[in-house]
Design a protein around this ligand. Structure first.
Ligand code: FEO
Ligand code: CA
Ligand code: CA
Length: 624
C-alpha cells in the first residue's frame, strides 16, 4: 500500500513527472529529456509505425551509463541450480513446500512429498504473491500457492487417472498460507503452531460481496442465493489494503473446470475466459461443482480479488466483486489525495486489459472500511498514441450490460468500450514516492497467430509496440495532477526488455538494457519504501537463441528516475522468481522461488521444492 495523500502540490512539482498542460507528445518527451535523460528511450507508435526517440536503440555504445544508485554491484547471469546474490548479501531458506505449519503434520518425505492427512497443515506448493503484516508484535506473511506440479506432488502417479484422493491433496496444497515467522540464531523460520497460522485452500468457505453478489449468474445448487463460495483458485499475485488486509488474486481459474458434455463450454463467456471441456487436475471427475455441464455458474464464482484478514484466523475470506472478474494478476492499492481507495489490476492474458477500481467512499486511518471495496467504479485503460491516456468507466451506459454482468463478464465490458489490448499484463506497482503506476507486460509471443479470446487479433499499439514480443516491457502512467483517482494520465515505457547481443533495432531493447542486465519477461514487481522498483522475471531461461546472455530467471532493481536497472538475484534453473515483501524492520527481504526444476533447495535426490528465501545484508543494514 502506498499512501500518497500526504503529498502536496509543491511535492508534485518538485519531485514528480512533469505533467504537460496539453496532450502533446513532443512536450512530454521534451519535459522528460530535460528532467530525466533516459526517457529518450521511449518510443511512440502511430498507425502501427514506430517512431523512435533520438538516440534510441542504436546499440550498446549509445546505451545509458547510469549513475550508481544502488548499494550493490550487479551480478552475472547464472544457469545453475541455486541462488546468487551480490557480494555483501546472504540468502537463506525460510519456508519450503511441505514444511509443517502445525506440529501434527507429518515430516516432509523428500522422495514422496506430502500425505493427504498433512496436506492442509503444511506450507503449500508454488509460492507466489506475498505480503507481510505485523499483528500483536508477530511478523506474519500471507502468501499464495498458485498451482501444483503433479509430478512433484504425486511423484508415483505417472499417467494414471486422478483419483478423488489425488484431487483432495492437490486442492489442499494450493490457495493461501498465513503464517508467523520469526528470526532466531539460525535465521528465519516458520513459527510452528502459531495461533496465527492458517491454510486457506480450494474448499475453504468464502463470502461473495459487492454489486454482483446474488446475481443469477452466481447461483448454484449448493448456493441458491449466489452469496457464498467454496475456495479460492489459482492465487497468483497479491495486494495489501491500507487497513492491513491481504488481497489474493484469482488468475487462471478456468483450468480447474471441465465438462461431461463438451458442448457445455461453447458459450461466449466460457470461450472468452478459456473454460474448456477437460480440466488440468481432473476435479470435474470427482466433484460435480467443477463440471460445468452440471454447474454452469460455478466458474463465475472464481476470477475475483479475495480479501483475507491475517489478524483473525477465524475470519471468512471475502470475494470483492466490485473489482471485476478476470485472470487477476495482482492488486496494487493506493489512497488518492481525496481519500478514495484506488486499486490497479491487470488481466494476464494476451490481448486483455489493464484496470483500476476507485472507491466512492474515502479511507481514514482507524475509520470504518465498510464498502470501500464494494462500492465504487471499475475503469479500464485506453492508451493513446500521443502518450496520453484515459480510464474508461465500465457502466451500464457505456457497456450496454447490467451492473452485475459488467463485473462477472468484465472482459466483454472492456471490449465494449474499446479499451487498449495489452501484451499480457502481469504485476502492477505504485511508486510510493512519486505518483506513478507501473505494469509489467510480460511478453506476447503469438500476436496475430491466434486471435485473442475476444475474436480480434491483438494489434501493435503504443505501449505494446513490437509485433513479435519475446521479451516484454514495463509501461508506466503518471495520473493527471498526481491524483490516482483522476481519469486522465500521461504514459511512457520504463523499459523495453531486449537483447543487445543478438537483437537488432527495438529487439535490442531500450537504452537502459545493457549486456550487463539482460532479462526477459518481467512479471513480479514491488516498490520498496525508498522508491526502488524491484522487477522479477518469469521467462525463457534456456540462455540460447533470442535469450542468449539472459540466464536463469532473476530479480533486478530499477531506478525510476535514472532508468538504471541492475541485476540483484538469480534463481535456480527452471524456477521463476515471484513474490517479494520485507520484514517490519526492513532488514530482511522475503523472495519467492516458484517451480524450480532441479532439486532446490534440498539437493541431489530430493524433490524440488518451491520456497520462500530471505535475503539480508551481511552488515545488517536495511534492504528496502
Ligand atoms: Fe500467475 Fe500471470 O502469473
Ligand atoms: Ca506472475
Ligand atoms: Ca508470468
Amino acid at each position: 500500500m502506498n499512501d500518497l495523500s500526504h503529498l502536496s502540490a509543491d511535492d508534485w512539482d518538485e519531485h514528480h513527472f512533469p505533467r504537460p498542460e496539453t496532450n502533446d507528445f513532443d512536450r512530454v518527451v521534451e519535459a522528460a529529456l530535460t528532467r530525466r535523460g533516459f526517457l529518450r528511450g521511449v518510443l511512440a507508435v502511430g498507425s502501427g509505425a514506430a517512431v523512435m526517440g533520438s538516440g534510441l536503440l542504436t546499440g550498446t555504445s549509445a546505451r545509458a551509463q547510469a549513475a550508481a544508485t544502488f548499494p550493490f554491484e550487479g551480478i552475472a547471469i547464472q544457469t545453475d541450480a541455486t541462488i546468487h546474490v551480490p557480494d555483501g548479501y546472504e540468502w537463506d531458506v525460510v519456508a519450503r513446500w511441505g514444511d509443517p505449519l502445525f506440529s501434527d503434520a507429518e515430516p516432509f518425505n523428500p522422495a514422496t512429498g506430502v500425505t493427504l492427512g498433512s496436506s492442509d497443515k503444511v506450507f503449500g506448493e508454488n509460492t507466489d504473491g506475498m505480503e507481510a503484516f505485523v499483528v500483536d508484535g508477530k511478523q506474519l506473511i500471507a502468501v499464495n500457492h498458485e498451482y501444483v506440479n503433479v509430478d512433484t506432488n504425486l511423484p508415483q502417479k505417472g499417467d494414471a487417472a486422478f483419483t478423488a484422493e489425488d484431487v483432495q491433496i492437490l486442492q489442499n496444497l494450493q490457495g493461501v498460507t498465513v503464517m508467523e515467522v520469526a528470526e532466531g540464531a539460525d535465521g528465519w523460520s516458520i513459527v510452528v503452531d502459531s495461533p496465527m497460522n492458517r491454510r486457506i485452500h480450494h474448499n475453504t468457505p468464502m463470502t461473495i460481496a459487492g454489486p454482483a453478489a446474488g446475481h443469477d449468474l452466481l447461483k448454484t445448487t449448493a448456493d441458491p442465493e449466489g452469496r457464498t463460495a467454496l475456495g479460492t483458485l489459482n492465487n497468483c499475485g497479491s495486494g495489501k489494503t491500507p487497513w492491513g488486509t491481504y488481497l489474493t488474486c484469482e488468475e487462471n481459474f478456468n483450468g480447474y473446470f471441465g465438462a461431461s458434455d463438451p458442448a457445455s463450454v461453447e458459450t461466449p463467456g466460457f470461450q472468452r475466459y478459456g473454460v474448456k471441456a477437460e480440466g488440468r487436475y481432473g476435479y470435474e471427475l470427482h466433484q460435480d461443482r467443477f463440471d460445468v455441464t452440471k454447474e454452469p455458474n460455478e466458474p463465475h464464482r472464481f476470477g475475483w480479488i479475495v480479501e483475507i484478514d491475517p489478524a483473525d484466523p477465524d475470519s471468512t475470506p471475502v470475494k470483492r466483486t466490485a473489482l471485476g472478474r478476470f485472470k487477476h494478476e495482482n492488486a496494487a492499492a493506493v489512497v488518492a489525495a481525496s481519500g478514495q481507495v484506488v486499486v490497479y489490476l491487470g488481466d494476464d492474458e494476451r490481448g486483455e486489459y489493464l484496470y483500476k477500481y476507485v472507491s466512492n467512499g474515502t479511507y481514514t486511518e482507524g475509520g470504518s472500511t465498510e464498502g470501500l471495496l464494494d462500492d465504487g467504479t471499475l475503469y479500464v485503460a485506453k492508451f493513446h498514441d500521443d502518450m496520453t491516456g484515459e480510464w474508461l468507466a465500465l457502466t451500464p451506459e457505456t457497456t450496454g450490460m447490467d451492473a452485475g454482468e459488467i463485473l462477472i463478464h468484465t472482459r466483454m465490458a472492456a471490449s465494449a468500450v474499446e479499451a487498449t489490448t495489452m501484451d499480457r499484463p502481469e504485476w502492477v506497482a505504485v511508486n510510493p514516492v512519486s505518483p506513478q503506476g507501473y505494469v509489467a507486460l510480460t511478453n506476447n509471443k503469438n500476436r496475430g497467430v491466434k486471435p485473442n479470446a475476444g475474436g480480434d487479433p491483438t494489434p501493435v499499439n503504443g505501449p505494446n509496440p513490437r509485433a513479435e514480443n519475446n521479451y516484454g516491457q514495463i509501461a508506466r502512467w503518471m495520473p493527471d495532477g498526481g491524483d490516482h483517482a483522476a481519469t486522465g494520465f500521461a504514459w511512457d515505457l520504463y523499459v523495453m526488455a531486449g537483447n543487445p547481443i543478438v537483437g537488432q533495432g527495438d529487439y535490442a531493447g531500450s537504452d537502459n538494457v545493457t549486456e550487463g542486465n539482460l532479462f526477459n519477461s518481467p512479471d513480479g514487481m514491488q516498490f520498496d519504501t525508498t522508491g526502488t522498483l524491484w522487477i522479477q522475471t518469469d521467462g525463457d531461461d534456456s540462455n540460447e537463441g533470442p535469450f542468449t546472455g539472459m540466464g536463469n530467471n532473476q530479480m533486478l532493481a530499477g531506478d525510476p528516475e535514472s532508468g538504471e536497472i541492475r541485476r540483484f538475484l538469480t534463481g535456480p534453473v527452471g524456477s521463476e522468481v515471484t513474490g517479494l515483501t520485507w520484514s517490519d524492520d526492513l532488514a530482511t527481504m522475503f523472495v519467492g522461488i516458484q517451480h524450480p526444476d532441479a532439486p532446490f533447495p534440498d539437493g541431489e535426490g530430493a524433490l524440488p521444492r518451491s520456497s520462500i528465501v530471505t535475503v539480508k545484508r551481511s552488515d545488517g543494514a536495511t534492504v528496502g
